[in-house]
Ligand binder design. Structure first.
Ligand code: ZN
Length: 491
């Protein structure tokens, strides 16, 4: 059992490395062979996990008297994963992995041209495969639940969608009450070259605790984080000349994912006790560092000080943190999810989730996706994309088969606000720590409260364990109201 688990872990690391390399380095003509390589590695891991001899050995070990409590928890989850994986034929898993890799490559090529027609056929195939996956593994209620389970285990869309839509209705009047703002309502007033952005991003990520001896930062078309080994955490960002701090905030987000992975138990690497509990919890970590810490007033004060030290020659840095904080909290309905503020962000997620469910349940055809997208953006955010590159093609998720992923972003926002409430009670000086750039108390707290558990608890159980409260939107709405209140009164 130990040997097989080790081999599966090695194969998964290699698969991740191949995906990371595809998004960061791969030449255009390498995509075909890369898809085949990923498919092969995925099939090898699947074959080992679903080998009947392995499964029966795991069962035996689970019943063995000398297994520790920790081993039993771990093995029970291995068995759960293996039983689910065994419902999928290896040929299917391999074909799906190959199509997902090809889909990413097709998206990467189509996005700059805004050419949705070029990727529509592969998207239709990916959705058909996702539906087949659901048929294989089985589901109760919506077919979408089978897919959601891969990202937020045990969650049901019948429960999640009302949370997202209720949140959207609660946020809508708050957004409508805001003063109408132009894109330059709170301009930054300074520029950073791409080299300076790179230096700042690395420096700040290191400062919050990311270990660059066990990780690295590079560039890709869309920011992401990938685990390629127990001491090999890859982060990527995208640099944009037009916003000197955009890459830093993507970097904080991805570093939040990376810190979670670096905080997991390495003695259980790629095994349940050494993996994240869910994507929603993963997003709670990334959104925590990006938003709750990163868009706070004390963090902006720290950041300004950091930029003054790093770039004494840069003109236009503000005299105090106020303008920086206002700029990072400019709440305006927009088109691009990853550039959205903390409030309207959740509307982007509600829209995507509605669409995903319709695509999977078969009530929306891929050919009607752009018009549905435009209708929903008009209805929820009052904006219309000028092309597919800022519409249906802006995110890679669907085109690389991540279908069922989107709701986890808002779940992450809700978890992160609950964590923040609990942290403030346990560490009353946390805001002072942020301002002085001492992030270790926060990281240690997250390590103990979230990272150390791996997958020991189910997502909603971890909520209770880590925050002491039942999952709800209340903490997030209070957090938003406090921020809106400060934005309204502080100049
Ligand atoms: Zn993320």
């Amino acid at each position: 059992v130990e040997t097989t688990l080790r081999e599966i872990g090695l194969l998964e690391d290699v698969g991740s490395l191949l995906s990371w390399d595809q998004e960061v380095n791969l030449p255009a003509h390498g995509t075909e062979a890369r898809a085949a390589q990923i498919a092969f590695i995925t099939a090898e891991a699947h074959r080992r996990l679903t080998d009947p001899r392995f499964i029966s050995l795991v069962r035996e070990l689970l019943d063995a008297k000398d297994s520790s409590e920790e081993q039993r928890v771990n093995l029970a989850l291995v068995l759960e994963d293996a039983d689910r994986a065994a419902k999928l034929p290896t040929d299917f898993v391999s074909a799906q992995a190959e199509l997902q890799s090809k889909g990413y490559a097709a998206w990467e090529e189509a996005k700059p041209r805004g050419d949705f027609a070029a990727v529509a056929p592969i998207l239709a195939e990916l959705i058909a495969m996702a539906r087949r996956e659901a048929e294989y593994v089985g589901f109760s209620g919506s077919q979408y639940n089978a897919l959601l389970h891969s990202y937020e285990p045990y969650a049901r869309i019948e429960d999640v969608l009302p949370v997202l839509l209720d949140l959207a209705s609660s946020l809508a009047p708050r957004i409508a009450a805001l003063p109408v703002q132009g894109a330059d309502a709170a301009p930054l007033g300074f520029q950073l070259t791409v080299d300076q952005q790179r230096i700042l991003c690395r420096k700040v990520i290191e400062r919050i605790g990311f270990d660059f001896e066990s990780g690295m930062l590079s560039e890709s078309a869309h920011p992401f984080a990938e685990t390629c080994g127990p001491h090999d955490q890859r982060l990527t960002v995208t640099f944009r000349e037009s916003d000197p701090l955009d890459a830093l905030y993507s970097g904080l987000h991805e570093a939040g994912h990376g810190l979670y992975e670096q905080g997991l138990r390495r003695d259980f690497h790629r095994q349940p006790l050494g993996t994240s509990v869910s994507l929603g919890w993963h997003e709670s970590q990334s959104r925590f560092w990006e938003n709750i810490v990163g868009r706070s007033e004390p963090f902006c004060a720290f950041l300004l000080q950091e930029m003054r030290t790093l770039f004494p020659g840069v003109d236009g840095l503000p005299l105090d943190a106020g303008p920086l904080w206002r700029n990072r909290n400019c709440i305006t309905p927009g088109l691009i999810r990853i550039q959205a503020d903390e409030v309207t962000y959740n509307l982007h997620i509600a829209i995507r989730t509605l669409i995903e469910v319709e695509l999977v349940e078969g009530t929306l055809a891929v050919s009607d996706l752009p018009s549905r997208w435009e209708d929903l953006y008009q209805r929820y955010l009052g904006v219309a994309p000028r092309g597919h590159h800022e519409g249906v093609l802006q995110d890679p998720h669907w085109y690389c088969g991540l279908i069922g992923y989107f709701p986890t972003y808002t779940l992450g926002n809700l978890y992160s606000a609950m964590l923040w409430d609990k942290l403030k009670v346990e560490h009353t000086g946390v805001e002072g720590d942020i301002e002085s750039g001492d992030f270790l108390p926060i990281l240690s707290w997250l390590r103990n409260s979230v990272h150390a558990h791996g997958r020991r608890h189910r997502p909603l159980e971890l909520c209770k364990v880590a925050t002491g409260a039942d999952f709800s939107s209340t903490a997030f709405l209070n957090y938003i109201d406090q921020k809106l209140g400060r934005l309204g009164t502080v100049s």
